[in-house]
Unconditional design. Structure first.
Length: 268
């Protein structure tokens, strides 16, 4: 009897894992990493014998996520790992992270992990995110300022900062949050439940229709140039809960040559 129950529970667990998908946004050119990215996307840069993207794929799979899609754009032919679904953002020069994500809208059903492609993170970071039961969860580094010590090519003002109250994100983005008031920094790693995924799609299409060619969440940035954090803020403004999953380090963003050199030293 107990063995039968155990088998049933195992099957339920397997179904849940099987339904989890991941989308990695990897369309941008990474111009701040030139000349390293003159001929390849920044996610293909080598870190101790493995590309940034390869490391992300390994961690996703180690956590049971095998249904993975990648949105390619710049030098798309360079990204060609087996067992992956690919989508092509053919307008990556004119759009941004949010628009790029929705090239893979066909994958948006059920539980979903969304990730930037220029981040290194430890397995424990993803495991903590996956343990969240919230509809919309974002990973936030509460010790984020430590990574900016000596990081002269990427100012604190460009961090996607977060304000949090009782585990709920109330403000997220590069502006207008000051470094001194920020609770933490958004990694570029988020999870949506099935309901959260439906909310993401529903609100996205509403704002796309309303703000096409117009400023969205920022007076100097039209909808087509929106960041993923702009979408989170829109959801928050509409009363939906975005939950903070707190970590303390264990990751790195690779945005400049300096970031890359430091990551190669640290990731040994």
């Amino acid at each position: 009897m107990l063995k039968g129950i155990a088998r049933t529970l195992l099957k339920v667990k397997e179904v849940k894992v099987k339904r989890m998908k991941a989308i990695i946004i990897a369309a941008g050119p990474g111009m701040r990493l030139n000349p390293l990215t003159d001929s390849m996307p920044k996610c293909m840069l080598d870190i101790e014998g493995k590309t940034i993207l390869q490391r992300a794929l390994e961690i996703l799979r180690s956590c049971g996520i095998n249904d993975i899609a990648i949105v390619r754009g710049y030098q798309k032919e360079m990204i060609n790992y087996p067992g992956i679904k690919y989508y092509y953002n053919d307008d990556y020069v004119n759009n941004n992270i949010l628009g790029s994500l929705f090239y893979a809208e066909d994958e948006m059903d059920g539980s979903l992990v969304v990730s930037y492609s220029d981040i290194l993170y430890e397995e424990k970071v993803l495991k903590k995110l996956l343990s969240s039961e919230a509809d919309i969860s974002v990973v936030v580094d509460t010790k984020w300022t430590e990574a900016y010590e000596g990081r002269t090519e990427h100012p604190v003002s460009e961090a996607e900062k977060v304000l949090v109250q009782d585990s709920r994100v109330v403000r997220i983005g590069k502006e207008p949050i000051g470094a001194e008031e920020a609770y933490g920094e958004f990694l570029g790693l988020a999870k949506f439940s099935g309901r959260g995924t439906e909310l993401l799609k529903e609100v996205y299409h509403q704002v796309k229709k309303e703000f096409a060619g117009r400023p969205f969440q920022h007076e100097g940035r039209v909808f087509e140039k929106a960041y993923l954090t702009d979408m989170f803020q829109e959801l928050i403004d509409r009363g939906y809960i975005v939950t903070s999953v707190d970590i303390e380090g264990g990751w790195r963003e690779i945005d400049t040559v300096q970031d890359y050199e430091r990551a190669r030293d640290e990731w040994k």
